[in-house]
Design a protein around this ligand. Sequence first.
Ligand code: YNC
Ligand code: MG
Length: 413
Amino acid sequence: EHKFWATQPVPQLGEGPPLDDGYIEPSRPREAVRQEPYPLPKDFEWSMLDIDDPQQIKEVYDLLSLNYVEDDDASFRFQYSSEFLEWALKPPGYHKEWHVGVRVSSNKKLVAFISGVPMTLRVRGNTFSVSEINYLCVHKKLRSKRLAPVLIKEVTRQVHLKGTFQAIYTAGVVIPTPVSVCRYYHRLLNIPKLVDIKFCFVPRNMTLARMIRINKVSSNYTTVGLREMEERDALQVANLFTRFMKRFDMSPIFNLAEIKHQFLSGIGRGNIGDGGLGRRDGQVTWTYVVEDPGTNRITDFFSFYSLPSTVIGNTKNPVLEAAYLFYYASETAFEKGAEESGLLKKRFESVIGDALIVANEANFDVFNALTLMDNVPILQDLKFGVGDGILNFYLYNWRTAPLAGMNSEGGVS
Ligand code: YNC
Ligand code: MG
């Protein structure tokens, strides 16, 4: 069934939950790791991508923008920007050896790619170094030739050579074996455009005008003290993030440098009210904090990132501007009884509701969220609709029981 995945240290389908959490195969000293690159079909060669070189980022951008992930009906294709790729591929401590490309030997054209970046991950009670694998892509003309397993084996070798033996990755496809399954939800912002590009439809018992009215986003922020995150907030955000994420069974551990990288990648920063909320070219992440006006303490934050999609075959509206909810946290989670009384849900609604306003004012067309963290209870009240996309989460060489939320009720919680 899965000729390649059956050979890999991952839980096989139908295996049942493990008795204990732990690795599947032990770590090895560097000398015991294969020293030669895996062989490629003739006419192709390995090429380490130098992401410091704008020309080479552009090559990855070009490959992905024409060949990366599409939805089931091939209507939309992710269009990660060069700025996004540079941000995603160069977190603190990144390794250039984990940016693995395949070129045509004769003309050096980039035709396949896979990447890893280092991260510290906690899964239940265990914390370990992982490689976060992403951007696996094979040119459309080279599909179904078993090139993907070679790319995966080569990046795995490169990761092993740096002394890391676990990985995390996500995919729309089901392979052995998801540790969690999340569903995409969408908050429609720019209805006329979303209807035009067939991202959504006007239901039979509804008019376009009514649909616009129902989905109109307020222009009044509800959270007192909301402002854009600045460098001076990083320590407080790091502290809040660390405490908040303990609520979940799986989460990254970010140090201060990583917090700054994840949340302060925007350029040309401004403030609510300065009229500067128009789109800032090349901005990748958007992070806002809530500063308590009395104590000047940061009590909450939210973040989202910009990931447009190509609208395949639409010349009038060729790009769907999508915002994706990223991390957030709230001190309210630590108030006694806040969860039981519904106070925590109300707080998230206020904070994430304000995220929708920011995204709307910045001219995003849609705001996407997954069924993870504390999202599920607030999606309905914030007028998110269920999508048809699924995101499967995977761990490589790590066994653990499935994480909560294998359906729309939960998430990686
Ligand atoms: C996928 N997305 O099952 P079996 S997500 C993993 N992730 O193997 P071929 C995948 N495996 O089932 P094609 C996969 N998609 O026979 C397919 N596979 O055991 C498996 N699409 O290879 C598949 N990007 O080369 C099968 O297939 C084998 O030519 C078939 O290439 C696949 O980045 C692909 O969706 C996805 O570019 C490259 O279709 C191609 O079809 C493509 O014949 C559009 O491959 C873009 C797209 C995937 C986005 C992503 C996460 C990737 C995770 C990879 C696994 C990492 C493991 C951890 C490594 C580090 C370990 C350490 C330590
Ligand atoms: Mg192939």
